[in-house]
Design a protein around this ligand. Sequence first.
Ligand code: AMP
Ligand code: FE
Ligand code: FE
Ligand code: ZN
Length: 281
Amino acid sequence: MIRIDPHAHTNHSDGTDTPSELIAAAKSAGLDFVGISDHDTTSGWDEAVKAARSQGIGLIPSVEFSAQWQGRPVHILGLLVDSKHAGLQQEFLNAQNSRSERLERMVSKMQNDFPGLAWENVERRAAGAPLGRPHLADELVDLGFVGDRSEAFVEILSPRGPYWERQKTLPPREAVELIRAAGGVPILAHPQATKRGRPVPQEVVQEMVDAGLFALERDHRDHDQGDRAEVDRLAEYFGLPITGGSDYHGRGKPNRLGENLTDPDVFARICEQGITEVIKP
Ligand code: AMP
Ligand code: FE
Ligand code: FE
Ligand code: ZN
């Protein structure tokens, strides 16, 4: 049985491994295929492709696109997109700008309550990668306000918390359309992860399905048994396949590579539909 984990991040977004380190970690974890699915960028692909070829690991070049519904994050994986698609690259630029703007607004709101917190130090952490709350969380850890990244998300950085600011993004339907226009295979990531806000309502999933959504990510650390049953119900209702992935972020999160996997038959369909070729092991 081949082991396929299509959902992982590097330091080209909010993970901590370089793309080469991700490939090495995927090899140690006994994976046949790993995805590089950084948030709103494909800048890690070149290094990942080289490392995958030299280490003999399968690679699924991908992206995780940020959309929002009523100000709550909705993440859509775009597997095997054409990274050179002009509309896609334009939207990455928009997303990167709105990510910085939004995070800076959160930092301003936090200023009085977290002495020593400075925007320049948060910004520097990303080293040019798309900024996200994890970079701010890491700064709060180093300043001693929380013990680790996850603790920062419980209240301080939560959508229900006092410092929450919306980010300007595409609506979910348009993000799915864009991924399809760029030849990619759109998969709704962790749709029932309620720790991150309200789950995506069925009518919003309907819009995404109408726009070309391929699958729902069911097997994910942030889904308990009840959440998985709800994803099964949605998948059956819409006639969509399900996938699984680790959402590995290196040292940034407890998620381990290969802890959730995607079925080889579903993966075969993804490979048929995606415009970019996977790198074979
Ligand atoms: P942002 O892109 O700014 O909306 O931040 C979202 C990112 O924060 C996600 O991609 C995850 O990497 C991370 N994240 C979300 N919830 C948690 C959590 N409870 N613990 C640790 N990291 C989280
Ligand atoms: Fe992330
Ligand atoms: Fe996500
Ligand atoms: Zn992810």
